[in-house]
Design a protein around this ligand. Structure first.
Ligand code: 13P
Length: 345
């Protein structure tokens, strides 16, 4: 295991002002995104859309790494340049989603487990050759009256740690993503409870499987009230509960946290990230608290692009603007009024 390389990559991914673009939608998910703008999900459309994102001028000021899907890491842009090179030429680290998605967990109604460990060691070797510097694996935990069970949490945590250990063996920084879904009307206190139990189990498994904490990143959800809760918690409450929860269970050797956006509306997820970093500025925290957003960085550019080449510049501007605002929130300097100004500063 190349410890120095792992530590350097992990730190570079959470460099000052920067975070990660998650552009690793699986075939099914990108089809759903394209359906929402009435665009057919062909290989060429997927390439054109993602190439537009990756070539957005100036975005490397805010984006340290991009998570790719298997198709994209092998794809070339319209002029034949591999998309991995388009990113690395700008100093952006290419990463790769290596899980194979979720399946129902036998013996646990309403719960899922993430697959993809079979043959992973060999796949990782190939991804290193293709230019990846890091990997991602997403486990999914839902909150309801009956879930999660400790069985559901433990099998998912075990798989996350297996993935992380194999990634580090290959020289790749694992992004360990236990997503707690926002679906439901649960309180922020219930989310805190589930997040604490989940992260405790995840870090227990990571320790048992000898994962180097300094050479990984955690990609969690924020501690928030359920998406359909009657009264949603304020950004200040989210910041306090999220950091208080992490203090209980997240070892300080982990260099950074890169939150997912989880389908939370852009203004709310950006305000929450901002409040978290304002709290850090006031009271301190041992980890960088950054982002690895999919929807919250891509929602606006996807709509602006609408599958048309002539909209490329507008879409790139929409992406640049979301990246700039998210970077501001990552520093605790986001001003909501900025959201209305689409100009490139
Ligand atoms: P969202 O930010 O859209 O939740 O996506 C992040 C991600 O990579 C989910 O695995």
């Amino acid at each position: 295991m190349d410890v120095q390389r792992l530590v350097q990559t992990a730190q570079a991914l959470v460099a000052d002002k920067k975070g990660i673009l998650a552009a690793d939608e699986s075939s099914g998910t990108i089809k759903r995104r394209f359906d929402s703008i009435n665009v057919e999900s062909t290989e060429e459309n997927r390439r054109n859309y993602r190439e537009m994102l990756f070539r957005t001028a100036g975005v490397a000021d805010f984006v340290s790494g991009v998570i790719l899907f298997d198709e994209t890491i092998r794809q070339a842009g319209a002029d034949g340049t591999p998309l991995v090179k388009v990113l690395s030429d700008q100093g952006i680290i290419p990463g790769i989603k290596v899980d194979a998605g979720t399946v129902p967990l036998p013996g646990a109604p309403d719960e899922v487990v993430t697959e993809g460990l079979d043959g992973l060691r060999n796949r990782l070797k190939e991804y290193v050759e293709l230019g990846a510097g890091f990997t991602k694996w997403r486990a999914v935990i839902s909150i309801s009256d009956r879930t999660p069970t400790s069985y559901g949490i433990s099998v998912n945590a075990h798989a996350l740690a297996r993935f992380a250990a194999l990634s580090q063996e290959a020289g790749l920084v694992p992004i360990v993503e236990p997503e707690i879904l926002r679906d439901g009307d649960h309180s922020i206190e219930r989310c805190f409870e589930v997040t604490e139990e989940t992260l405790r189990e995840v870090f227990d498994q990571l320790a048992q499987q000898n994962v180097l904490l300094e050479g990984m990143l955690l990609k969690p959800s924020m501690v928030i009230s359920g998406g359909s809760a009657g009264q949603r918690a304020t950004p200040e409450d989210v910041a306090q509960m999220t950091i208080d929860c992490f203090k209980r269970v997240l070892p300080s050797a982990v260099p950074g946290v890169v939150f997912l956006s989880g389908g939370e509306p852009d203004n709310s997820v950006t305000a929450n990230l901002n409040a978290i970093n304002q709290r850090v500025a006031k009271y301190g925290a041992p980890w960088q608290l950054s982002f690895s957003f999919g929807r919250s960085l891509q929602g606006a550019p996807l709509v602006a692009w609408a599958g048309k080449a002539e909209n490329r510049e507008d879409a790139a501007l929409a992406f640049y603007t979301r990246a700039r605002l998210t970077s501001a929130a990552r520093q605790g300097t986001y001003v909501p009024e900025d959201a209305g100004n689409s100009g490139v500063s």
